[in-house]
Design a protein around this ligand. Structure first.
Ligand code: FRU
Length: 498
């Protein structure tokens, strides 16, 4: 009999051929076939970066979760490996949810993931519970630990929900101890959900775990359940990445729904508590969630996120054979008390010849610039007012007679808006989002990266990022500049070779 893993491996190998290379992003990881969500197990093992992902190979919609798998040397050119995990044991037969990876001293690659299984609930009806599980492998094949699950409801603090207990971030610390940070919801005595908390567990052998502390609890302000936690030190601070569900908006900082955000502050190893000094959104665009990071050999903290969001999942057409792509890997830093992000420097190697236009006047209308077009593009735009401050500047891209997506900067409101309403989307999802931007009297620096079906924008050297996927036909490759008022722009544009 074919096992669920063999079946998935056979299916993906057969069906990926139906997807033309040019239909995929050129240098972003996309689902090998079917559906992709969160990045998982981002790690360096056997001389390559490994990235796994939440995966439903059989359909371009979410379904029983597998782990897809890909490797890369430069974080831009990905090679698919066979599906790594399938839902095939009593602890995970409803899904292998998100998790992480570490390299063990004995050379094995260890994966820790959330297993979803069904048990009778308090009212006798079936209810899904979540536990933490292990698998060990050689970089291609992974065997689930026979003693799974290793962390269960029995390890939860009072009030911890066994139904929302997931996304372990596994660490092998310098003291030889294993630690893992797991997201959990709290329930009151009547079973009402109270909001997320993060639990830190410790172990000497990865198999026996004890609850060490509760580093953070949702103060009530930041949505409900928290997912996909990760903590690391950066630039003298501790950073806690969280993907929060069910947020209410706060100005232009947080939008409604699912939001990847970060807390900046200090983790006190004595008390096990994280004291947050500040919090902020990670990405201010439309499509970004559930990021994970890696520390590269040369000391860079690099983050990759799912370039999608649960509230904006909409297939361009029902016939699409795949859905879901990752963001660009981004180098993180803490500057001016905020989390900054910048495309990994490896991207520079993909740049072809540079087309440069200096000091171009954009006055009361729209212009195109010689040689500036394309859908795999890296473009730097410096904007400066000419005379009286302008009302609105726009860069319009992925454009033809029927399509356009724009980035609109209104210095008097200090906002930058991404607008893909006319990008070719046929769905009633969010198409516009605004971010607050800092600027000196109308001067703003933008870097825009296009990779066929996405746009990622970095403002003022990485102070803010905005990401959005695009359903636009690839033939729409026009780029134009517009100003309501007058401004001058310096534009440098590179075609990116995938
Ligand atoms: C986040 C998430 C995780 C979960 C996974 C399921 O996007 O909901 O919490 O493990 O997706 O696919």
């Amino acid at each position: 009999m074919t096992s669920p893993l063999e079946r998935a491996r056979r299916f993906e190998a057969e069906h990926e051929r139906a997807i033309a290379e040019r239909e995929r992003p050129a240098f972003h990881l996309s689902a090998r076939v079917g559906w992709m969500n969160d990045p998982n197990g981002f790690s360096f093992y056997g001389g390559k970066y490994h990235l796994f992902y939440q995966y439903h190979p059989y359909d371009s919609h979410w379904g029983p979760m597998h782990w897809g798998h890909a490797v890369t040397s430069d974080l831009l050119h990905w090679e698919y490996l066979p599906c790594a995990l399938a839902p095939d044991t009593p602890c995970d037969d409803k899904g292998c949810f998100s998790g992480t990876a570490v390299v063990l001293p004995d050379g094995r690659h260890a994966l820790m993931y959330t297993g979803v299984a069904e048990v009778p609930g308090p009212d006798g009806r079936p209810r899904q519970v979540q536990t933490q599980n292990l698998a060990f492998g050689d970089g291609v094949n992974y065997e689930k630990y026979a003693g799974n699950p290793v962390i269960t409801a029995a390890d939860l603090p009072a009030g911890g929900s066994p139904y929302d207990f997931r996304d372990p971030k596994l660490y092998l610390d310098a003291d030889g101890r294993f630690r893992c940070l797991v997201a959990n919801d709290r329930l009151d005595a009547s079973g009402k959900r109270l909001g997320g908390q993060l639990l830190m567990f410790e172990s000497d052998d990865m198999v026996h775990w004890r609850l060490a502390s509760v580093p953070a609890q949702n103060p009530g302000r930041l949505g409900m359940m928290w997912e996909c936690p990760e903590m690391f030190s950066l630039g003298g601070e501790d950073v806690l990445l969280i993907s929060a569900q069910d947020l209410l908006p706060e100005g232009l900082e947080y939008h409604n729904g699912n939001v990847a955000l970060c807390l900046l502050g200090r983790f006190d190893a004595q008390t096990g508590r994280f004291d947050a000094r500040a919090d902020q959104a990670v990405d201010y665009g439309i499509d970004f969630y559930a990021p994970q990071t890696i520390l590269t050999g040369d000391g860079r903290r690099v983050m990759i996120g799912w370039m999608q969001n649960w509230d904006t999942c909409a297939l361009p057409l029902d016939t699409a054979p795949w859905f879901g792509q990752m963001s660009l890997p981004r180098e993180l830093s803490v500057k001016n008390g905020r989390l900054y992000q910048w495309p990994i420097r490896e991207l520079d190697a993909l740049r072809g010849a540079c087309v440069e236009h200096k000091n171009v006047l954009v006055a009361d209308g729209e212009i195109a610039l010689e040689g500036v077009r394309g859908r795999t593009v890296d473009m730097e735009i410096d904007i400066e007012p000419e005379g009286e401050i302008f009302t609105r500047f726009e860069v319009i891209f992925a454009a033809d007679a029927d399509h356009r997506t724009s980035l609109g900067f209104r210095p008097r409101e200090s906002t930058l808006k991404i607008d893909r309403k006319f990008s070719g989307s046929r769905r009633a999802i969010i198409h516009q989002r605004r971010a607050e931007v800092r600027h000196a009297g109308g001067r703003l620096r933008l870097r825009l990266i296009l990779d066929r079906r996405s746009a990622e924008v970095f403002v003022n050297g990485g102070e803010k990022a905005l990401s959005a996927t695009l359903a636009t036909p690839l033939s729409a490759d026009g780029i134009r500049f517009f100003c309501d008022g007058q401004c001058r722009v310096n534009v440098r544009c590179w075609e990116l070779r995938g």
